[in-house]
Ligand binder design. Structure first.
Ligand code: 13P
Length: 249
């Protein structure tokens, strides 16, 4: 059985004042919740260390939002997987559509980043998702399957990574695909992983849905067979909203 994972992506939001929200989340995730769902918050890199210290011993683990594929050296402004691990991160989001769009990251870049995260003993959360134009052209399944083939490292260990399906047009818009479209896409991603890594690895991999997940729609989305959790943006910034989604999971 795959344990659900609810992860919050704070994106470029949050200062030290926001750490109180993580403190509140950590306090509210009791033993009963912890037994049923994994909880993660991915704050900006500036907050990784204090967030990890605050959440230590709680059910909340801390992740990062991006990393360099490289080890160390003359790469001004970049952060290696090793540095993120040293700051307390247990996972790293890679290939988010905002990084693919803002920084021109391609599938091969994403795969290299995911490999660096795995080499550091952390869990990559590998993001894929079609644009509105690709969906309207009927290409969503093919585009996402291609992204999965290109972005998941060929030797990724079973259960050691997560794939997050985030349709670009659903991010921050209040729009979501139909439940049938989410179910179809997650089934397609699992089939693609099975062809890539074998059926046991595909069955062990958690597939998250992301894009305008809110307390009001979380339960129906998380109830779908191949949806093993959520990657939450805006609604993860406030403990009350995020906790409602965690309880739905
Ligand atoms: P929203 O939940 O704000 O739509 O963002 C989703 C997302 O991009 C998470 O990575």
């Amino acid at each position: 059985m795959r344990k659900p994972l609810v992860a919050g992506n704070w994106k470029m939001n949050g200062t030290r004042a926001s750490l109180a929200e993580i403190g509140e989340m950590a306090k509210a995730c009791d033993a009963t919740l912890r037994a049923k769902v994994d909880v993660m918050v991915c704050p900006p890199a500036t907050l990784l260390f204090p967030a990890a210290a605050l959440a230590l011993g709680s059910a909340v683990s801390i992740g990062a939002q991006d990393c360099s594929p490289l080890g160390e050296g003359a790469h001004t402004g970049d952060l290696s997987a090793g540095m993120l691990f040293d700051s307390g991160a247990k996972a790293v989001i890679v290939g988010h559509s905002e990084r693919r769009a803002d920084h021109g990251e391609k599938d091969a870049d994403v795969a290299a980043k995911a490999a660096a995260v795995l080499a550091q003993g952390m869990m990559p959360i590998i993001c894929v998702g079609e644009t509105r134009a690709e969906r309207e052209a009927g290409k969503a399944l093919a585009v996402v399957a291609r992204q999965v083939r290109g972005s998941v490292p060929k030797d990724a260990p079973a259960g050691g990574f997560v794939v997050a399906y985030e349709p670009v047009w659903a991010i921050g818009t209040g729009l979501t695909p139909t439940l049938q479209d989410i179910a179809d896409m997650h089934a397609e991603i699992r089939r693609t992983l099975a062809r890539l890594l074998g059926k046991p690895a595909a069955q062990a991999t958690r597939l998250l849905y992301g894009g305008s997940v809110k307390p009001a729609n979380a339960a129906e989305i998380l109830n779908l067979a191949d949806v093993d959790g959520a990657l939450v943006g805006g609604a993860s910034l406030k403990a009350a909203d995020f906790l409602a989604i965690i309880r739905a999971a």
